[in-house]
Write a protein that binds this ligand. Structure first.
Ligand code: SAM
Length: 218
């Protein structure tokens, strides 16, 4: 595919996201800049700008663009924020956040995915705006806490306590919670030291969050 094909397709995706109700211009601008084709393998590059989830290695997925945009809007990020992502996967969500001027800390439990995402993110964002970690994200990343926002891109059985503790006051935690097959998206806002407001939103379907404070896995 030519560069022109991808540029046109990227603008088409931004238009689709607008039509589906995404209004945050900074989010739309990031979608217009980040090359999604670089986060999928060759057989899927041609379909990179369709509004669909696509397979990546280790039986995981790069999320549907609309879902990425919706979750990014819910985070209410501002340039300079520090955001923790659980579930790096392809690295695309982390790239969207970095493009918006955010410092991203992202954790992935599959070494192959962590490694592949780290090298593409390093190539696209040469600075220090993205830190990748291999491990269990359900326990968070206490070293850089508290975070202005936390985004979990896999479905949890319940909201991990460790993540609530690592959220700054006023920060948003966006997390799908439910069964291993279907979940409800939650936006949790930390109101003060001890109080959190939990807003359940739309139905979604994510791969399971596997770890100490998630589902048990192999
Ligand atoms: N954000 C990703 C993207 O932009 O491509 C999509 C991620 S995919 C839907 C969910 C990812 O969460 C998978 O790569 C999976 O391995 C990872 N995951 C599941 N449980 C995890 C855990 N406890 N810690 C870190 N990553 C986890």
């Amino acid at each position: 595919m030519s560069r022109h094909f991808y540029t046109e397709a990227r603008s088409g995706l931004v238009q689709i996201l607008r039509e589906r109700g995404i209004t945050n211009e900074a989010v739309l601008q990031a979608f217009g800049s980040v090359p999604r084709e670089q986060f999928v393998s060759d057989p899927f590059k041609q379909r990179a700008y369709e509004d669909i989830a696509l397979p990546i290695d280790k039986h995981q997925t790069i999320s549907q663009p609309y879902t990425v945009a919706r979750m990014t809007e819910l985070l209410e990020v501002k340039p300079g924020h520090s955001i923790l992502e659980i579930g790096t996967g392809s690295g695309y969500q982390a790239a969207i956040l970095a493009e918006m001027g955010v410092t991203v800390y992202t954790i992935e439990r599959h070494f192959e995915l962590y490694n592949a995402a780290r090298s593409i993110l390093k190539e696209l964002f040469q600075g220090t705006s993205i830190q990748c970690r291999f491990g269990d994200g359900t326990i968070g990343w206490s070293e850089y806490a508290p975070y202005d926002g936390i985004i979990v891109t896999a479905g949890a059985p319940e909201i991990p306590d460790a993540l609530l503790k690592q959220l700054s006051i006023g920060g948003h935690l966006i997390i799908p919670v439910g069964s291993e097959k279907s979940q409800v998206m939650h936006c949790v806002v930390r109101e003060d030291e001890n109080n959190y407001a939990d807003y359940p939103l739309e139905d979604v379907s994510f791969v399971p969050l596997i770890g100490k404070q998630g589902w048990s896995g192999i």
